[in-house]
Write a protein that binds this ligand. Structure first.
Ligand SMILES: NC(=O)c1ccc[n+]([C@@H]2O[C@H](COP(=O)([O-])OP(=O)(O)OC[C@H]3O[C@@H](n4cnc5c(N)ncnc54)[C@H](O)[C@@H]3O)[C@@H](O)[C@H]2O)c1
Length: 252
């Protein structure tokens, strides 16, 4: 699809679902992929799958909320494969323990929303900070952040602080795009719609897909294909954008 031969990509939260789909897709285009996840076993498994399929990957487990760990991991990747050319900020959480338990804001415990902001917003800041200097030195870079439709529209499903973090990431990417455009670096955001892999009940899947104009939920591969484009040489004039990837759902 796009030629990413010789590029080093780092995908955060790539141990499952959307991030794993993105990592596999970038590897198929020829990139060497640093597969990050907070869960080391997940990162290793995805990296092994990519390698077994003929791609090039390494596992780099770290917590995106820990700036020291992020900085050390980017240095490790640079030493093992070369500096990161393509950063995909995908790691995200719907709440502590990844329960996706949802609260109206009035009832939301402060610790709950601190973690949401920490992973979904500070995680993006930390990884972007670690990625930028080597990209500027090289005069080339791609930063792609996976946000959510929740960051662009109001919803009544108890995701207010998740939306705040995701909207924050959108604003951050727009500014990073402007600050770094002259260094050959692009920064874009994907406002993703529903991609649910664990719903086994066909009736529930149908109900969730019903309001989506295309008539189906998204897949990790849908995200991977868009990210592969945004990561490519061909996307050099595409920067500072927020792209809705959602089967046609209205997001503004
Ligand atoms: N799935 C959807 O419907 C959907 C919709 C809109 C946006 N998104 C966004 O897409 C991204 C991926 O979503 P998903 O459904 O694949 O999520 P997921 O929960 O299935 O996977 C996220 C991965 O990130 C990892 N992770 C969490 N916190 C981390 C941290 N601090 N450091 C490193 N890794 C960490 C988890 O271990 C997990 O493997 C997220 O940013 C999410 O907010 C998802």
């Amino acid at each position: 699809m796009f030629n990413l031969d010789g590029k080093i990509a780092l995908v955060t939260g790539a141990g499952q679902n959307v991030g794993a789909g993105i990592a596999r897709c970038l590897a198929r285009q020829g990139a060497t992929v640093a597969v990050n996840d907070y869960h080391a076993d997940r990162a290793r498994q995805v990296a092994e799958e990519i390698t077994a399929a003929g791609g090039s990957a390494l596992a780099v487990p770290f917590d995106v909320t820990d700036l020291n760990a992020v900085t050390a991991a980017f240095a490790e990747v640079a030493e093992r494969t070369g500096p990161v050319d393509i950063l995909v900020n995908n790691a995200g959480t719907g709440g502590p323990d990844r329960t996706m338990e949802m609260y109206q804001f009035r009832e939301m415990p402060v610790d709950y929303w601190r973690q949401i902001i920490d992973v979904n917003l500070y995680g993006v800041l930390n990884c972007t900070k670690a990625a930028l200097d080597p990209m500027v030195a090289k005069g080339w870079g791609r930063i792609i952040t996976i946000s959510s439709g929740a960051g662009t529209v109001g919803l009544d499903i108890g995701v207010s602080t998740y939306a705040a973090a995701k909207a924050g990431a959108i604003g951050f990417m727009r500014h990073i795009a402007k600050e770094n455009a002259r260094h050959g670096i692009t920064a874009n955001t994907v406002a993703l719609g529903l991609v649910l892999r664990n719903v086994k009940d066909p009736e529930l899947v149908r109900k969730l897909a019903d309001p989506i104009p295309v008539g189906r939920l998204g897949t990790p591969e849908d995200a991977g294909h868009l990210v592969a484009y945004l990561a490519s040489e061909e996307a050099s004039w595409m920067t500072g954008q927020t792209i809705g990837l959602n089967g046609g759902t209205t997001t503004s």
